[in-house]
Design a protein around this ligand. Structure first.
Ligand code: F6P
Length: 765
């Protein structure tokens, strides 16, 4: 299979390659010193016969079975070379195995190599094993040259190489590397943090992530986009589009039910005197949950205020102010697009609603770019960010419409510029998707992310015409000049896109996609019209540039800022709550107490974990809040990692309830207690914060986490981590206050080219 490490390990390596290998005369690698043996078996034949795929089968520890039907397929490394790699401890027991050839397409029996079983001891192949001879029917036989190479590598190098290989976007064929594998328990005598056996992962610490965990990287992003409604209603679509289509269900009337920001209750209008509520057409009567406390009354100002949170007066209308109301039912009947947010996001939306042209209330981000430029990934990421901020945002992927209407198996010819039927069919599905997007906006949707190549001016003109008077268009063009990245994206496409799900031959898929790409290249016209954002070579997070033209307004500005700061360099983000505090023990919320004994123990375990996990990461940093319990939790972490205190990471502020137990709040302030229970997302503690407030103040933290290229450990608090986690896991706003973030558990978020993946380590109860 060939990870970078197996191919490139040179000087200093214990491995031996070439003809001299496999003769039983080399040094035995079982000499102690830790690490694992990374073994690469290769077979080479320049005169390949038919479609015979080399396989390996053998004894249980390595291969698992002498049953030829369960043999492991070798991977084609080049036209003549096949490879299989695996990892064993240096002192592994003798591994017996044999090579066999299996026909690719027929059920014809496989051919096992001649001679006795092969034996591997201490990473060394025993006996004269340079050739593998296969006797085929009526033939003299087929000879392969055999190579073996064994390198001793540390668990950290293994984990890194495995990751690097993953980044190459092919499944790892390295057997025995379970995942990112670290030993959090101090190894006495183990050098370089390496352990001497395969028990290097945190088996007994790893806890399963919840089923709704951040694993979007395992799912092709286009599958998660909107399911066409117009065509489904008219019966034109009959097929499902990939495994995730089940995640989208249709409500009566064909409305699409997707994971979208929670329906937000009506925004309420309150006059300073709560007994006098002005009602006018379209205005909603005050239904403030609970009564106004003296504190809330003090807080009442005259003028226009937005979303003061449930339990407090929200929109205060002076008798002289003109009537203005918002209906914030974002689920179905929304007439005005408003974010489910507080602070700057809501204020800007209000200003846009009141002052801006009508079409500016709805924004279409129209992707432009050649295939394999990361458009869908960028679109999905932007959608996630905007939803998290509270903007009602949907991702419309034209490829999904095309697959549903015309099937997933269209060859490159379908995409030829001189194929009029193909062009018409593609324009038709683009128009259908755009129509769906505009209809959804007219029901209140705010931002539509329209994901297609849109690579000709003609196509873009068509979209601009369709948008006239309905929404504002910003083109988002992704340009990539790095051949390596394009190649990687192409491979990812063949692996993940439903377009190639039924293509068993990876190479054939590659050829087809490359010719599809060439078809697009012939007619591609760079964006020079309208409002646009161009992302040029921004993938790695260093270098590259963003060009903008004719961009104004709060939301477009935020989008540009977000795009400037995101990149796909893989790195982990470790999220953890502080160790148990004395207030946790007493059941008191907020406060600023020190750690309990258990909390102190966690701080030590965490330090041990982090130092090992990030041993080879020179630029990693540790972020805490400004509260004692997080600073103390970070206090034992050495390794020279900078520690940064962020006020934005402080726990949700419970205002007048700070320091109380939930029981005390229930007894002494029952209305507050009930109001919070009813709408925990929007409830704002008197003189304190709501979850929506917390999300707003965390926005710079998210931007910085996106921007960082090195690992970050975030030690913070329950409510704050719920909000941060929801961003990475793409969880809807309404779920945020209820997400489980257990104490003494590390949530590792792996950021990278395939999206976001999650792993959890429970260091103690
Ligand atoms: O109880 C620990 C704590 O961090 C409190 O300080 C904070 O008020 C609370 O969790 C937040 O959780 P919830 O929103 O569920 O009350």
């Amino acid at each position: 299979m060939g990870t970078g490490s197996s191919k490139d390990t040179e000087g200093g390596s214990h491995g031996r390659e070439g003809e001299g290998e496999g003769e039983g005369e080399g040094e035995n690698l079982d000499q102690g010193g830790g690490g694992q043996l990374y073994v690469s078996l290769k077979m080479e034949n320049y005169k390949l016969k038919g479609d015979l795929i080399p396989h390996v089968y053998g004894s249980v520890p390595l291969i698992g079975s002498w049953d030829s039907s369960k043999a492991l397929s070798m991977e084609r490394e080049s036209a003549s070379m096949w490879e299989l790699s695996f990892v064993v401890p240096p002192n592994h027991e003798t591994l017996d195995f044999k090579f066999l050839l299996k026909p690719k397409y027929t059920n014809a029996p496989c051919v096992v190599e001649e001679g006795p079983n092969r034996q591997l001891i201490g990473g060394t192949l025993q006996g004269d094993a340079r050739l593998a001879l296969f006797k085929l029917n009526g033939d003299d036989g087929l000879e392969y040259r055999v190579f073996i190479k064994a390198d001793r590598v540390s668990p950290f190098d293994l984990a890194a190489s495995w990751r690097a290989y993953q980044e190459n976007l092919r499944p790892s064929a390295v057997r025995g590397i379970p995942d990112v594998s670290i030993d959090s328990v101090p190894q006495t005598g183990a050098e370089n943090g390496s352990s001497a056996s395969l028990e290097l992962d945190l088996e007994h610490y790893v806890v399963p992530a919840p089923s709704t965990c951040a694993n979007s990287g395992l799912v092709y992003a286009a599958n998660m986009t909107e399911t066409p409604r117009s065509l489904t209603l008219s019966g034109l679509f009959s097929k499902s589009d990939g495994p995730s289509s089940a995640a989208h269900s249709f409500k009566d009337g064909g409305d699409v039910s997707v994971d979208r920001p929670s329906p937000i209750k009506e925004m309420e209008v309150v006059v300073p005197d709560p007994t006098k509520v002005y009602l006018s057409s379209g205005m909603v009567e005050s239904k403030s949950v609970g009564t106004l406390s003296p504190l809330q009354k003090q807080d009442s100002h005259r003028g226009l205020f937005v979303d003061r949170g449930v339990g407090s007066p929200r929109l205060v209308k002076s008798s002289s102010a003109s009537t203005f109301s918002f209906d914030l039912k974002l689920d179905t009947e929304t007439k005005n697009s408003m974010p489910a947010a507080s602070g700057a996001v809501a204020a800007a939306a209000i200003a846009d609603q009141m002052l801006g042209p009508k079409e500016d209330r709805h924004l279409a981000i129209v992707l432009v770019g050649l295939p394999a430029r990361g458009k869908t990934f960028t679109a999905a990421k932007l959608t996630r960010y905007l939803r998290w901020l509270g903007h009602d945002t949907k991702h419309f992927n034209v490829g999904k419409y095309r697959r549903l209407k015309h099937g997933a198996n269209q060859s490159a010819d379908f995409f030829r510029a001189d194929n009029p039927e193909g062009i018409e069919a593609r324009n038709e599905v683009a128009a259908l998707a755009f129509d769906d997007m505009v209809s959804w906006m007219q029901e209140g949707g705010q931002v539509g992310v329209f994901d297609a190549t849109n690579s000709t001016r003609k196509r873009r003109n068509m979209l601009m015409k369709m948008a006239e008077g309905k929404c504002k268009i910003i083109f988002l063009e992704t340009i990539c000049n790095d051949e390596r990245i394009i190649e990687r994206n192409i491979r990812l496409k063949i692996q993940q896109s439903p377009d190639y799900a039924e293509e068993p031959d990876f190479e054939a898929g590659l050829r087809d996609f490359k010719s599809r790409l060439a078809n697009y290249e012939k007619v591609y016209e760079l964006v020079e019209e309208g409002s646009y954002i161009k992302m040029i070579d921004m993938v790695s997070g260093h270098g590259g540039q963003i060009q903008v033209n004719n961009i104004s307004g709060y939301l477009p500005g935020r989008i540009v800022f977000f795009l400037v700061n995101t990149h796909l360099t893989p790195r982990p983000i470790l999220l953890t709550r502080h160790g148990e505090s004395r207030d946790n023990v007493r059941g008191r919320i907020g406060g600023d107490t020190v750690l309990s004994d258990a909390g102190e123990l966690y701080a030590k375990k965490l330090s041990n974990f982090v130092e090992k996990r990030l041993k080879s990461e020179r630029a990693a940093s540790i972020w805490t809040s400004t509260l004692q319990r997080t600073i103390l939790t970070a206090s034992h972490i050495g390794g020279g990692f900078p520690k940064i205190q962020w006020r934005a990471l402080d726990e949700i502020y419970a205002g007048v309830c700070d320091g109380m137990t939930y029981e005390e709040i229930k007894k002494n302030m029952p209305e507050e207690y009930e109001a919070r229970k009813k709408d925990k997302l929007r409830y704002r503690y008197p003189r304190g914060e709501s979850y929506l407030d917390v999300i707003q103040r965390l926005e710079p933290v998210i931007i910085e986490l996106e921007r960082q290229r090195a690992p970050v450990v975030v030690i913070s608090h329950q409510a704050v981590l719920r909000a941060l986690y929801a961003y990475f896991a793409d969880r809807p706003l309404k779920e945020i206050p209820h997400i489980e973030i257990p104490l003494h558990t590390i949530i590792e978020i792996q950021m990278g080219v395939t999206g976001v993946q999650e792993k959890r380590y429970k260091l103690m109860d």
